[in-house]
Design a binder for this molecule. Structure first.
Ligand SMILES: [Zn+2]
Length: 205
């Protein structure tokens, strides 16, 4: 079967063997090379966060098409390149997506992080709610730093004594991440770590 790159729409040319192994491959090699891979990590409030890429280049464009222009087809392509690494990093862990505001979710029509986890069959529990009414972007930076807009929901109790990974797409000020850590700590998970697809380097000091 012929396959086309979901980013540039060019035909994907792989060897027969690679075609067999990577039968669901959805990005061509030249597009993959345009991903600004950056496996750095930081520690925030005692929680280690792993990044996969800079908030730049092809992956940034893909994410924006997916979540802002509702290009739902891209849900399996954003993490594809990193999957082997993610599977290793998340061994025996349960993902907890960091929630967007209800406003952004209903505008989009889907929860973009949940759909990514689902398509790759990564075990997750939707345990957090974002109760803020204003879109994060509209709030001044100093207000964002102080908001406590993330709370646990009833699903969170399944995570007691479990190893969890807080999962988000872009790290900017870290306020949403910290708010999520504080919320999830209430049910005493065994371990908390973070995985964030892209690091907005211009915002991190
Ligand atoms: Zn391509």
């Amino acid at each position: 079967m012929e396959r086309y790159c979901k980013v540039c729409f060019e035909k994907i040319k792989f060897s027969f063997l690679r075609n067999m192994i990577e039968s669901k491959y959805s990005i061509c090699s030249s597009c993959q090379e345009k991903i600004k891979v950056d496996f750095s990590s930081i520690k925030v409030d005692g929680v280690k966060i792993k990044f996969l890429s800079l908030y730049d280049g092809l992956l940034k464009n893909m994410l924006l098409s997916y979540k802002e222009s509702n290009d739902f087809e891209l849900r399996d392509s954003i993490l594809y390149f990193f999957l082997p690494y993610i599977k290793l990093y998340s061994l025996n862990c349960i993902f907890v997506p960091i929630p967007s505001s209800k406003e952004s979710n209903s505008k989009r029509g889907f929860n973009h992080l949940v759909e990514i986890l689902k398509v790759h069959k990564l075990k997750y529990i939707d345990a957090l709610e974002n109760v803020s009414t204003k879109n994060q972007k509209e709030l001044a930076a100093n207000k964002r730093m102080n908001n406590k807009n993330i709370v646990i929901n009833k699903n969170a109790y399944q995570l007691q004594d479990k190893k969890i990974i807080l999962f988000d797409d872009v790290y900017t000020t870290g306020s949403t991440f910290i708010s999520s850590v504080n919320a999830i700590k209430k049910i005493s998970p065994k371990k908390i770590k973070g995985l964030i697809i892209m690091k907005n380097q211009f915002q991190i000091n």
